[in-house]
Design a protein. Sequence first.
Length: 275
Amino acid sequence: MSSHPFSDQAQPDPAAPLLLFDSGVGGLSVLRKVRERLPQAPVIYVADNAGLPYGAKSEAQIAARVSGLLGRLTERLKPRLVCIACNTASTIALASVREVLEVPIVGTVPAIKPASAMTRTGAIGLLGTAATIRQGYVDRLEAEFAADKHLLRHGAPELVAAAEAKLRGQPVDPAVFERAARSLREQPHGESIDTVVLACTHFPLVQDELAQAFGPGVSFIDGSDGIARRIDALTQHQDWRKTRPDRALFTRGGIEVDQLGAVLEAHGLTDIGVV
């Protein structure tokens, strides 16, 4: 995680929200953990569903889109802190976003460090988007925390679509999850995998399905606990006041957003709109 510290002199407006940003609904897995720690915090969740999926875009496209969007959103919504609840956007655009924004930023990074501490066999699977798994940032995490382990990577864009469909109440073919598991298992040392890093915030939303595909004896880990801890630490001793319902904003409306109504409400997001 990365962030700017708050100035001791400038305490935020108690009604200033946390802004959680993702390409779609994956960041709801992060929001769930943030709510556990900061139930009183006003929240605005922004999904750039018009840009989904990020994993298929180039680094330049992602950096330009995310920094431009977040620049406009922070100017309009005045958040106290921005959480980029998206591994792809964080690993690619965090530096450019920090140049644009003057608020604290918490990013999302693949949970390679805790996975390295968890594994007993030394074989770790990493599921992410195609864009995330090829980043030098992931190479550096591997070199620092898993140099003596076998880190096997697989880009699984199908899982993003599966998570989005699941939350809209649509059926998902189990073969999607079986393909992801097989793609890791068939790599050298893949048969020994006992820990899988979910390096996309969408993937914890389909963890149960992945667990079934991988079979017994495999643990899953993602970065959401660490993100929530970081946000909690950065906002210590701040006042919170909710003056309106928590919001979910999308960059494109339509039937797919309408189908998410029940899930958004279950996450406390009752005011739904389009930016």
